[in-house]
Design a protein around this ligand. Structure first.
Ligand code: TYD
Length: 139
């Protein structure tokens, strides 16, 4: 059974190493993030009105960081849907396996970086919402 989402999905603070030259954030696999990072990808140049994501994963764990701009990430565990405003480079949003997620309302210049626990594998995707609901009910 999937654990229900908390009322406010936890944004994890990232340690900022700032000095008079500016800011730097380092994220080390297995240390700052609870899995080894197998893949990094980032979403940018998303046109207004576009909705991305619209899927869940069977086994992939991901952390999302909005390194520039802002967007809305919707998380759905099949019971509760929550919208999260991603607008700070110093927080990460964990998106666990079997969480339906959607990204929308990308401001111009937004860059959404994703740290992923596995290499890309299309068979890990659930792209049909009803199939997602069926999958979580049979777990
Ligand atoms: P897609 O999953 O549709 O992106 P989003 O979830 O943001 O809407 O991916 C877009 C394309 O990029 C699609 O052809 C698959 C490919 N892709 C990779 O090759 N590797 C990856 O790590 C990811 C995330 C996507």
């Amino acid at each position: 059974m999937t654990e229900p989402l908390t009322t406010s999905p936890a944004l994890v603070p990232l340690t900022v190493r700032g000095d008079d030259r500016g800011s730097l954030i380092a994220i080390e696999g297995g240390r700052d993030i609870p899995f080894e990072i197998a893949r990094v990808y980032y979403i940018f140049d998303t046109a207004p009105g576009v909705v991305r994501g619209l899927h869940a994963h069977y086994t992939l764990d991901q952390w999302l960081v909005c390194v520039n701009g802002h967007c809305i990430v919707t998380l759905d565990d099949g019971h509760i849907r929550r919208d999260v405003l991603m607008s700070q480079a110093n927080v990460a949003l964990p998106v666990g396996r079997m969480i339906w997620h959607e990204m929308r309302d990308f401001a111009p210049g937004t860059v959404l970086m994703v740290l992923a626990s596995e290499h890309y594998r299309e068979a890990d995707y659930i792209r049909d919402y009803n199939a997602f609901l069926s999958a979580i009910r049979t777990r």
